[in-house]
Design a protein around this ligand. Structure first.
Ligand code: MN
Length: 744
């Protein structure tokens, strides 16, 4: 939509000066409030005045002139008493030693929250040149403001700061003006505050490009002098033509803002003389048919400029904007741009998201365009008072302005948009998959936090990585983004494949020893053909694929080993008879060289059976489940026995490492006579024996008053478990304490 104004005059400097004076200047604008409310505003003024005592603005005036000016702007918008109080207090929290709870005590929760919200927005600084960052930043601001009044006061604050920018060091002009142009002016526009929007744009332009601004100002005013009569004439002719046709039309003259002229010259590389659509008119009609009729009449009246006609009624812009655009060659070679649309289309164009709601109100009232901004704001505030509707309405606007996202910063000030509920891990993966894969810790706003920490709007997030670190399966429990989820899954899948391949290699070596081969064929060229034949024999895609199938139990290691022996024999390599004998005789020796060593390190392809829960010191066997890897059982576990009976092929030799790297879980059953404090005594006996309780379940025991307590404990090994059981048997009221094993 083309930004437009009715004049480029500067009414704002006068307002700024008036506000600078004192509370009297503000009070004069409060006639819409009751006496009690004015007294509250005065109280806030006294408090702010005391808090800012001794502070000066850049121009040497007392600091309090700034909050007064901000409040005066809010009063112009007819904001409510709490908003005015918050406007006066808006700079007290940061550097005046005032606390939020102090404000709460003095002025109540609402005012304290408004000031707190403003202080948070103040801390944000937009300092990146990337264009799509600006949109995210705007959305973040809106999302952070839980109350629309926060945004309105912030806009008033920014407006006054821009008006008094001349008092600020020149070094700050660029950043603040850019921020105003890219962030605050569009927000004002979006909220329907069109005058503020234009003022912010012009002030920012003036301070960003002072020289160009001056030149352009002169050029525009000269052009306006020359064209004034002409424009009036055109407007009269158009009005007459539409009246004759019986169309009820409202015509509004428009003039481009300096900034939009500058932008056009800049974007299209035009000189001022080449910008020939300085003037525009808007024609508002009752209905769509009227719009097209008016267009036809205008094209008869003046010659249309080719290539300038656009039908946004038939094909609306993405943001819902609808209008007919055409440029006509007026008298004396002046081009005039026309926008033709209905009242409701005009409302959408001017008030954006609020239009649908506004239109309902406007239909009955029919106020003039100029009043709409203030009127809308007031209605918005009225609605905010009626709590339920208020929350809903602002929520509705915010959903539209800032969708379901949180906006956070990288340490370098880049903005990232993440879905609501996203954690530091999601952030890490959004930066780069390598950052996610190696994340070990996170800092939010400079403080160390757990990786599962949920992020909030405006957080500055830093990820600490370590090359050796890798994704933790537990992350899947809290990540929100599909990207993080799929990367973690991908990593785990690779990990499982690596581990099952390693296990497969061990199992194959073990099976080969049982066939009398001390060493599987290695990497010699002559060995390749053996492996290739085995891969074909097993129908695998590759050697790794074959080995991981063995590790997962999808393929029998001994079958592959037997085939290999056959293949080797064909090449004249015979099994070692001596080794063969020794292996056969030591098959039950735990430390047989071919055994899979259990060290308890986290390994997805080795699991410990939950029926018997083996611990170091137990005699164990390994069952290679179909597709589930190796499951370790206690040797005389009844479940394992049954499996051995029908599936002996799938059992492999396993052995405990000398020093397992972690504690193991074991099940015990403790039978007690029920009574006061029994459970506490049992638990303290377990703790006294240095075992941890992982799980407890209670059932009625066989005898009367007897209770079976089933525990899962973590213990170091068999000796440790025996010590725990002995300690329990010595405990008062314990009738029996035994290890839990599946029934035979
Ligand atoms: Mn301020």
């Amino acid at each position: 939509m083309t930004p437009a104004v009715s004049t480029v005059a500067e009414p704002y400097m006068a307002a700024a000066n008036a506000a600078a004076a004192s509370f009297a200047a503000l009070e004069a604008r409060l006639d819409y409030l009751g006496a009690a409310d004015i007294e509250l505003v005065r109280k806030a003024y006294r408090f702010a005045d005391a808090a800012h005592l001794g502070q000066m603005r850049g121009n040497g005036e007392p600091y309090i002139t700034h909050p007064i000016a901000v409040a005066a702007q809010c009063a112009e918008w007819k904001l409510d008493v709490q908003a005015l109080m918050a406007a006066l207090l808006h700079d007290t929290l940061e550097d005046c030693g005032v606390t939020k709870s102090g404000l709460l005590e003095q002025f109540g929760l609402q005012v304290a929250e408004l000031v707190d919200g403003l202080t948070k927005l103040d801390k944000l600084q937009f300092d990146t040149r990337e264009e799509n960052q600006a949109e995210s930043f705007r959305k973040m601001l809106l999302a952070m403001a839980r109350d629309v009044r926060v945004i309105l006061i912030k806009l008033a604050d920014r407006t006054h700061n821009m008006r008094t920018m001349g008092d600020m060091p020149r070094g700050k002009w660029g950043r603040i003006s850019t921020e105003t142009l890219e962030i605050y002016a569009p927000i004002a526009h979006r909220l329907g505050l069109n005058q503020t929007y234009r003022e912010l744009q012009d002030l920012a332009f003036r301070h960003l490009k002072p020289w160009r601004y001056a030149v352009l100002t002169k050029a525009v005013s000269r052009a306006r002098q020359r064209r004034r009569d002409l424009i009036q004439k055109v407007q009269q002719q158009v009005q007459a033509a539409l009246d004759d046709a019986g169309l009820q039309a409202r015509i509004i003259g428009r003039e481009k803002t300096l900034y939009s002229i500058y932008r056009k010259m800049n974007d299209k590389r035009l000189s001022f003389a080449q910008v020939n659509d300085l003037y525009g008119m808007r024609v508002i009609l009752p209905d769509t048919i009227g719009c097209y009729t008016a267009l036809g009449l205008l094209h008869q009246l003046y010659k249309p400029v080719p290539g300038h006609f656009k039908d946004y009624i038939a094909i609306p812009k993405i943001n819902g904007y609808q209008s007919l655009h055409t440029t006509l060659a007026g008298p004396a070679g002046a081009n005039i741009e026309f926008q033709i649309r209905t009242e409701s289309m005009d409302l959408v164009a001017e008030a954006g998201v609020a239009a649908h709601w506004l239109y309902k109100v406007n239909k009955t009232g029919g106020q003039a365009d100029a009043e709409l901004g203030t009127q809308w704001l007031q209605s918005l505030l009225d609605i905010q008072h009626e709590t339920r509707d208020a929350a809903e309405f602002w929520e509705h606007i915010r959903v539209d302005l800032a969708p379901d996202a949180v906006y956070v910063f990288t340490p370098k000030g880049q903005i990232m948009a993440l879905p609501r509920g996203a954690t530091t891990v999601d952030f890490a993966y959004a930066i780069h998959s390598n950052v996610g894969d190696h994340a070990i810790a996170a800092k939010v706003n400079g403080e160390q936090v757990p990786l599962r920490t949920e992020l909030h709007n405006g957080d500055v997030v830093e990820i600490v990585t370590a090359a050796v670190s890798s994704p933790n399966p537990a992350w899947l429990g809290f990540v929100r983004t599909g990207r993080a989820r799929s990367r973690i899954r991908h990593h785990l899948k690779n990990l499982a494949q690596d581990e099952s391949r390693e296990l497969g290699e061990k199992l194959l070596a073990q099976a080969l020893r049982a066939e009398g081969l001390g060493q599987p064929p290695g990497k010699e060229p002559s060995d390749h053909s053996i492996w290739d034949k085995l891969v074909r024999f097993t129908g695998s895609r590759s050697r790794d694929d074959m080995l991981s199938h063995i590790g997962l139990g999808k393929r029998s290691a001994s079958m592959v080993a037997k085939r290999m022996v056959t293949l080797l024999a064909a090449e004249g390599i015979k099994p070692d008879a001596l080794l063969l004998t020794r292996e056969r005789y030591t098959a039950h020796e735990n430390l047989s060289q071919g055994a899979v060593i259990l060290d308890g390190a986290d390994n997805v392809s080795v699991k410990f059976a939950t029926c018997c829960r083996p611990i170091p010191g137990d005699d164990v066997v390994g069952y290679l489940g179909r597709g589930e890897g190796l499951v370790v059982h206690v040797e005389d576990c009844s479940v394992a026995r049954r499996l051995q009976h029908k599936d002996a092929e799938r059992f492999v030799t396993v052995a405990w490492a000398d020093e397992p790297v972690r504690a193991f879980e074991a099940g015990i059953v403790v039978t007690v006579t029920n009574g006061k404090g029994v459970l506490a005594r049992v638990a303290s006996a377990i703790a006294g024996a240095e075992a941890d309780i992982v799980y407890l379940n209670m059932t009625e025991g066989g005898a009367q008053d007897a209770l079976d307590l089933r525990f899962i404990l973590t213990v170091r090994d068999r000796a440790h478990l025996d010590a725990v059981l002995r300690a329990l048997r010595r405990t008062h009221s314990v009738l029996r304490a035994v290890r839990a094993l599946p029934a035979a």
